[in-house]
Structure formats: structure tokens, C-alpha cells
Design a protein around this ligand. Structure first.
Ligand SMILES: *Cc1c(COP(=O)(O)O)cnc(C)c1O
Length: 384
């Protein structure tokens, strides 16, 4: 089991609750509400029913015999791509939307960059009868027209963030501003293990279902053994922490793979952003640097505080891979196994491909966090 954060929400020197005075009561209310809900058998069984009957859990594991033989390893995928809406994000938003209802909130606000968390939030809000407003940078709205249409189709209101760089950072600011003004009836749904306490802890608990299932499924497949490597891509870090949580007290090596242009743990320094202290990409003046990645879902300059903590104690490792390695891994999985991965998790596979020659015969468990349908148009341009 991963440890609980301190009472002020710290994982070692990381995390915390760096919010304006006006938001402290809201964070405390949320912390209490989550604690009560998580310890309430009725809430847990309602959530498990949504997982089973709506999201399609448990997700299966798949051993890749063709690619494993080609690489000289055993490769096992945790199939979060098979969930309703196509990724692990549904686990988190179902948990938070159910919590919002339990707290008596009528409305959800969220921010989104590439649009995936916005679509997931709009989905959960539609299912549970909540109003949903999604803040999105004006530039991202142009770049992600299909996801904007999806959100509107699901009944959400999409609001352009027009300040600053007109991207995710600005959408975060505007969503927080909305929350400050409307906290009585509004719930703020964060899309990864980021933000002020209790979000990083709460989102980890909602995603821990991935690791719990995977550990049992792997032990059944591997005659009781655990894999040598547990590998996941890291944007904010929610799919990675979800699968790590099942293996942190085993001898498995935990590997979080970052894009080379957004290596927050690998190349960042500790700083405060989005209500938390964590590793961040900053320039020499301490300004938050924009991250770049072939995958819009990974170009966030920071990382969840618990990953910074796991890196600082040496329990998890955070290598990075290049866009070229990602493109080749994306095609490789499609051709050898008939599975088109999301570009995010192609990062995890790229690291596996790179390291397999040094670990022949080892077993790698990889979190296939999402399906690649959303990325085929972009890949068609890149590959042609
Ligand atoms: C959003 C997304 C990610 C990145 O988010 P994490 O919080 O780091 O998991 C990774 N994979 C997929 C498929 C995503 O949609």
C-alpha cells in the first residue's frame, strides 16, 4: 500500500495545499467528505457498481505473445483502453461525480487541455444528472474541435479561457476562479493526481482499482509471481500511480515514463503550481515552462506530488523517451498485436522496447492507459 499523506497533505516535502484563503474551507470540506465516503460501505458499493455496470470493470490483462517473443521478454498489458470512453480517466470522474452528488452539489466545473478529462467529466455528469462546465484554453478549443463537440453533445458547456497563453494553465486558473465564486453548489473535478490536498490522494484512491486488479490478475498468470517491471506513462501521473499502488510493496521496479519535452521529474526542480509543491519544468527565472510532447495529454509541465516523493526516496524511476521512439512504438503494437494504443501509453512501450535487450526473459507489466482512436488522424499525418 502507498502511505497516506500527512494531515496537511504532504508526501515527504511534496504536495500540500497552496490555495487562496477563500478556498481553504472548500478543500477541508472536500477532504472530510471524501474521508467519510471512502469509509462508507454504501458509497464504495455504489462506485463499484458504476465500475462494473457502466465503465466495464474489471479490465482484462492481455499477454502480448508476438511482441514479447520479438523483444525477448514477457509483456503483459493492463487494458484500461477497454473502459467506457476509452481510458482510465473514467475511474476518477465516476468517483468524483458520485462524491459531488453525495455532497449535495448540483454542478461540476473542470478544466481540460487536450479535452480528454473534459469529455470524461461531461460523461459522468450526464450519467449522474449534474450540470457540467468545462474550461478550455481558446487555442486548445481550436486544436481539439472533435472533443469540444463531444462535450457539447454530452450536455456540457465549454468555456474558452482567453487569458495568458490561452492553454491549459489558463483554463486551470479560470476553473479555480469559478469554484471560489460558486463553492456552495459547485464541485471542482481535477483530472489527475494534481492540485491541492486532498486531490492527489483522492484521485490516487479512485485509480488504485487498476493496481489492485492487475496484481491479482498477474499473480494468476505468473504462478504467484510479480512482474520485474511495472511501467506506465506519466502526464499528471494518475494512471501510473493507479497501477503502482498495487505493486509498491512488492519487489517490482516501478517505472513512470515521461516525454522528453516534459520531463518534470527528470529535468524539473521543486516549485509550487496548481496548489501543490512538486517537481516542475521551470526556466532560469523560476517561470513555469511550457512542456512539449507529441501527445497533447502529456504536455503538462508538472507532475503529481506523490511521484516526486516516490522519486525522492528512490522507489520509482522516471526516464523519458523521444517522440521518434513513441511513433515507432505506436506502430509496433498495432502491427504485432492488433492493438492501437493511445500516444500517451506508447511512451511506456517505447521505454520497454529500449530496455528489453538488457533484460531478456524479464516480465514487464504495462498500463495501456487508453486506446488510440483519438490519435489516428494525427498519426496519419505524421506517418505519411
Ligand atoms: C490523460 C491521459 C494520460 C495522462 O494522464 P495521467 O494522469 O498521467 O494518467 C495518459 N494516458 C491516457 C490514455 C490519457 O487519456
Amino acid at each position: 500500500m502507498l502511505r497516506e499523506p500527512s494531515t496537511d497533505g504532504r508526501f515527504g516535502e511534496f504536495g500540500g495545499r497552496f490555495v487562496p484563503e477563500t478556498l481553504v474551507p472548500a478543500c477541508l470540506e472536500l477532504e472530510r467528505a471524501f474521508h467519510d465516503a471512502w469509509n462508507d460501505a454504501l458509497f464504495r458499493s455504489e462506485l463499484n457498481d458504476l465500475f462494473a455496470q457502466y465503465a466495464g470493470r474489471p479490465s482484462i490483462i492481455t499477454e502480448c505473445h508476438n511482441l514479447g517473443a520479438q523483444l525477448g521478454i514477457r509483456l503483459v498489458l493492463k487494458r484500461e483502453d477497454l473502459n467506457h470512453t476509452g481510458s482510465h480517466k473514467i475511474n476518477n470522474v465516476l468517483g468524483q461525480a458520485l462524491l459531488a452528488k453525495r455532497m449535495g452539489k448540483k454542478r461540476i466545473v473542470a478544466e481540460t487541455g487536450a479535452g480528454q478529462h473534459g469529455v470524461a467529466s461531461a460523461t459522468a455528469a450526464a450519467l449522474l444528472g449534474l450540470e457540467c462546465k468545462v474550461y478550455m484554453g481558446e487555442k486548445d478549443i481550436e486544436r481539439q474541435a472533435l472533443n469540444v463537440f463531444r462535450m457539447r453533445l454530452l450536455g456540457a458547456e465549454v468555456v474558452p479561457a482567453v487569458s495568458g497563453s490561452k492553454t491549459l494553465k489558463d483554463a486551470v486558473n479560470e476553473a479555480m476562479r469559478d469554484w471560489v465564486a460558486t463553492v456552495e453548489d459547485t464541485y471542482y473535478a481535477i483530472g489527475s493526481v494534481m492540485g491541492p490536498h486532498p486531490y492527489p490522494y483522492m484521485v490516487r484512491m479512485f485509480q488504485s482499482v487498476i493496481g489492485e486488479e492487475a496484481r491479482e490478475q498477474c499473480r494468476a498468470l505468473l504462478d504467484g509471481a510479480d512482474p520485474e517491471f511495472v511501467v506506465a506513462c506519466v502526464g499528471g501521473g494518475s494512471n501510473a500511480i493507479g497501477i503502482f499502488s498495487g505493486f509498491v510493496d512488492t519487489t517490482s521496479r516501478l517505472i513512470g515514463v515521461e516525454p522528453a519535452g516534459g520531463a518534470a521529474v527528470g529535468h524539473g526542480v521543486p516549485g509550487v503550481v496548481h496548489g501543490m509543491r512538486s517537481y516542475l519544468m521551470q526556466d532560469e527565472h523560476g517561470q513555469v515552462q511550457e512542456a512539449h510532447s507529441i501527445s497533447a495529454g502529456l504536455d503538462y509541465p508538472g507532475v503529481g506530488p506523490e511521484h516526486s516523493y516516490l522519486a525522492s526516496i528512490g522507489r520509482a524511476e522516471y526516464p523519458s523517451v523521444t517522440d521518434e521512439e513513441v511513433i515507432s512504438a505506436f506502430s509496433l503494437l498495432a502491427r504485432t498485436e492488433g492493438i492501437i494504443p493511445a500516444l500517451e501509453c506508447a511512451h511506456a512501450l517505447a521505454w520497454i522496447v529500449r530496455t528489453a535487450p538488457d533484460h531478456q526473459g524479464s516480465t514487464y507489466l504495462m498500463n495501456l492507459s487508453g486506446r488510440g482512436d483519438k490519435d489516428v488522424a494525427q498519426m496519419m499525418e505524421i506517418l505519411s
